[in-house]
Write a protein of this length. Structure first.
Lengths: 250, 414
């Protein structure tokens, strides 16, 4: 029997699922090897409730999503976080809980009852077996991860910095030119696509486990204020910043 | 609860058959983008806001960067306008073909998942794949990436494509012209459910009176024969918080209205090229008006239109050559800027106010789907009044109607 796959999405932009569909012929090849039994974005016939592999995109902001996530964990053999929102909390995490209250009131009015909490990664609620990182996840990583999973392997997380591929692409170093960039402390494997485009690395694939953050902050402080650094890092890494508070090590 | 499958984002449909009322519930979590932006420097706005939507990130980036440039009174070069217009064409083609093939066409062909079209209509499916590939190629070449562009910056671009790449884009667009005609022919052959529910159509209107919406806009045009000032959008379009929904519902003068491909076609179809006008002769545009199912026919018209426009833009860029300076200089100052774009699903507003250092003081974003939600419900009600089928068939038909609008729930709950 073919392995059964479910694809779920919580609150997010659904760009990683667009990347999955954009695999086109490669997506059709995947389809031959699996049975997609639950995929709200792709089909109406979603009756099966137990899955070999459950791929989840997005961050479980609402209480309903958090409840569903816990239930999906129980019903899935392998649970995969797809993209920065699922893996890190992503852009939606850049408003914290106190800010959330303020903005909910401003945007929706005083009487509005919020459905949500602050954005957290899936791993805040359940055990996650594998991560496909990035905002958006790359087509290459999605394909690699699914191929590994179908071979019975858990896809590995890259452990080299964005700088490795950035150098290979011959981009001038942004940090040496006093431009913000999180390349040295961020997980690579993205082909440094944002630096090549001109936007710098914002760390969307997450922080390297062994990155030296205190030393890296000192480098940024040569041309950025502490507030600018926090703002820059908070776009994707708010939840990591709570753990890696600045100046805890001196 | 009826979760609506095959739409971008999470929505549910409640139907009260005795009262003949359809109600949409928007379930997506609040992300509060307008709050996220406040206090941040201007150059983070067009990096953060594309993440509102993974299906139309390019047009969010463009509306955002336009708002910044308006606030700082930065005049971008014609080269930047040409390249951004070409990038915009890729966004329209990309989003429309994705929606048609994966979300809407299965309804008309009696299928469930979009990839099932491959077995039943292999020719059309290969057309769609070619079109998607070409659109992604343009987005990657000019925007740096197919989803969430990397090259867009205030004043122009971080980096420019090479002339050889523009030539490659042109040749890809030439190759998909035939495919785009094929998809349009398929859409012309479909049966569209009957519904007639007159409403106001709105679209941003170009300065050039021969131009179909593309990049620069003079005003917002209504089918009721008048124009609205872009800067006044907030007094003309009222957003309302409704119970059981994390998206606001917009109204104009108390009623729903429609934006998107069908609205644009209803307002501007006389601006299509001779090639497309040939196809227009095969249909009655008056019959298309006020039947939202025809949004699914307007989309392939636009795919063909923006493919043609893309070719013309490549010719212009090749004629002018590429200046090496990718950006123009500008002075950061305090002030407000409204950036408006016609997105695949309709008019998109990004409105920012900056302090003297260029940090965001205030941000307001109105997405197309927020504008369409009220009228989707009104059309649902109209359909319930005339639907003489079984309850389940009526529910399916209303879901099909919702999908025909191509709603983007994630955009609507930003």
């Amino acid at each position: 029997m073919k392995p059964t796959i479910a694809i779920y999405d919580f609150t997010d932009c659904e760009g990683c699922e667009v990347q999955l569909i954009s695999l086109l012929e490669d997506f059709l090849e995947i389809e031959k090897r699996v049975e997609i039994v639950n995929w709200r974005l792709g089909q109406e016939d979603n009756h099966q409730i137990q899955f070999d592999i459950c791929i989840i995109e997005g961050t479980p902001i609402t209480r309903e999503e958090q409840k569903l996530l816990r239930s999906l964990r129980k019903r899935s053999k392998i649970l995969v976080a797809l993209g920065a929102c699922a893996a890190l909390g992503g852009v939606p995490a850049s408003v914290d809980q106190t800010q959330r209250k303020k903005w909910l009131k401003k945007i929706y009015g005083a009487k509005y009852k919020s459905r949500g909490d602050s954005a957290k990664p899936l791993s805040n609620f359940v055990k996650v077996d594998a991560i496909i990182p990035g905002c958006p996840a790359t087509k290459k990583d999605i394909l690699r991860a699914i191929t590994d999973l179908l071979d019975g392997k858990i896809p590995a997380t890259q452990n080299f910095p964005v700088c490795k591929e950035c150098k290979a692409n011959n981009n001038p170093c942004r940090l040496l030119n006093n431009q913000p960039c999180l390349g040295p402390v961020s997980i690579g494997g993205c082909d440094a696509i944002c630096v090549s485009g001109g936007a710098g690395c914002w760390g969307c694939r997450g922080l390297l486990e062994n990155g030296n953050l205190p030393a890296f902050r000192k480098t940024l402080e040569k041309f950025m204020t502490k507030q600018e650094i926090e703002q820059f890092m908070s776009v994707f890494l708010s939840n990591d910043l709570i753990i890696n508070k600045p100046n805890t090590k001196t | 609860m009826n979760i609506i499958a095959k739409i971008e984002g999470h929505g549910a449909l409640d139907i009260d058959f005795s009262a003949k009322k359809a109600k949409l519930r928007i379930l997506e979590g609040e992300r509060l983008f307008e709050g996220i932006l406040v206090g941040r420097p201007f150059d983070q706005t067009y990096w953060i806001t594309p993440r509102i939507c993974g299906v139309c990130p390019i047009v969010h980036a463009l509306a955002s960067v336009k708002a910044v440039e308006r606030a700082f009174r930065a005049q971008v070069s014609s080269q930047t306008i040409h390249l951004r217009s070409l990038l915009f064409c890729s966004q329209m083609i990309q989003s429309h073909i994705l929606h048609l093939v994966f979300l809407s066409l299965p309804d008309y062909l009696g299928l469930d998942r979009g990839t099932e079209i491959k077995d039943q209509h292999p020719r059309y499916f290969s057309f769609a794949l070619n079109i998607k590939k070409a659109a992604d190629f343009i987005a990657e070449t000019i925007g740096g990436r197919a989803v969430h562009p990397t090259t867009i910056t205030a004043g122009g671009f971080f980096r420019l494509p090479k002339i050889s790449q523009i030539k490659a884009i042109k040749s890809q667009l030439m190759q998909i012209l035939n495919d785009a005609e094929g998809v349009l022919n398929l859409a012309l052959s479909l049966d569209y459910p009957q519904l007639k529910n007159p409403c106001e159509y709105l679209s941003a209107c170009p300065y050039d009176e021969n131009e179909y919406p593309i990049y620069n806009y003079q005003k917002i045009l209504s089918n009721r024969g008048f124009g609205l000032k872009i800067e006044n959008y907030q007094t003309e379009i009222k957003e309302k918080v409704v119970s059981n929904s994390t998206a606001k519902f917009a109204r104009r003068k108390g009623s729903g209205f429609m934006v998107g491909a069908l609205a644009r076609m209803a307002l501007f179809s006389d601006r299509f090229s001779p090639l497309i006008k040939k196809y227009l002769e095969k249909i009655d545009i008056e019959e298309m008006k006020f039947n939202p199912f025809y949004n699914n026919l307007a989309q392939p018209f636009e795919i063909l239109h923006y493919t043609e426009q893309g070719i013309l833009l490549c010719d212009k860029i090749l004629r002018d050559g590429l200046d090496e300076r990718p950006t123009v200089g500008f002075k950061i100052k305090s002030g407000r800027g409204v950036g408006v774009m016609e997105a695949p699903r309709g008019t998109l507003y990004h409105d920012y106010t900056f302090d003297a250092k260029g940090n965001v003081l205030k941000a307001n974003i109105i997405t197309p789907t927020v504008q369409n939600l009220t009228h989707i419900e009104e059309d649902g009600n109209a359909l319930l009044l005339t639907c003489d089928r079984s309850k389940n068939e009526c529910i399916d038909l209303i879901k099909m109607l919702i999908r025909a609008y191509d709603p983007c729930i994630t955009c609507s709950v930003h």
